[in-house]
Design a protein around this ligand. Structure first.
Ligand SMILES: [Zn+2]
Length: 141
């Protein structure tokens, strides 16, 4: 559990998002996986775009991913991010094939490269919300 006070916008804890972040709170990154055809998906939705099935489960991800793409924010678009610039919202592609927008915390924006191996860790933002973030895979302890 981190000690700092989180002062940025938080996800709305409702519906599928609430379930997703509750798994994060248990230290598990889980995505929906169709129990009809096995296809992983994110962001969460009711039916499978591959086979149309309504049946799915929250399946645990390995937590391993690669940098897919990113952008560098130099001018904050929200007052809570003034101190953060420049920063890079990163889209990571999980081993399972789903993509997630997050942060790579130990990598300066100019050092990001497509395909860079990263792995998830969890940062407790509040007593209710735990955020999945990423660090370079080589930095594992
Ligand atoms: Zn399916």
């Amino acid at each position: 559990m981190s000690e700092f006070e989180y002062d940025r916008p938080l996800p709305l804890m409702a519906g599928f998002a609430k379930q997703f972040y509750e798994h994060c709170g248990r230290g598990e990154l889980r995505f929906q996986r169709c129990t009809g055809c096995g296809k992983w998906r994110h962001v969460p939705r009711h039916s499978c775009a591959e086979c149309g099935s309504w049946d799915w489960e929250w399946a645990r991800s390995s937590g391993r991913a690669r940098v897919f793409t990113w952008t560098v924010v130099r001018r904050p678009m929200h007052p809570d991010f003034v101190e953060a610039v420049p920063y890079a919202p990163v889209v990571v592609e999980m081993e399972e094939g789903v993509r997630l927008v997050s942060w790579v915390v130990d990598c300066a924006p100019e050092a990001l490269r497509r395909g860079l191996p990263v792995e998830v860790f969890f940062e407790s933002a509040t007593s209710e919300v735990t955020l999945p973030k990423f660090r370079l895979a080589d930095a594992r302890d």
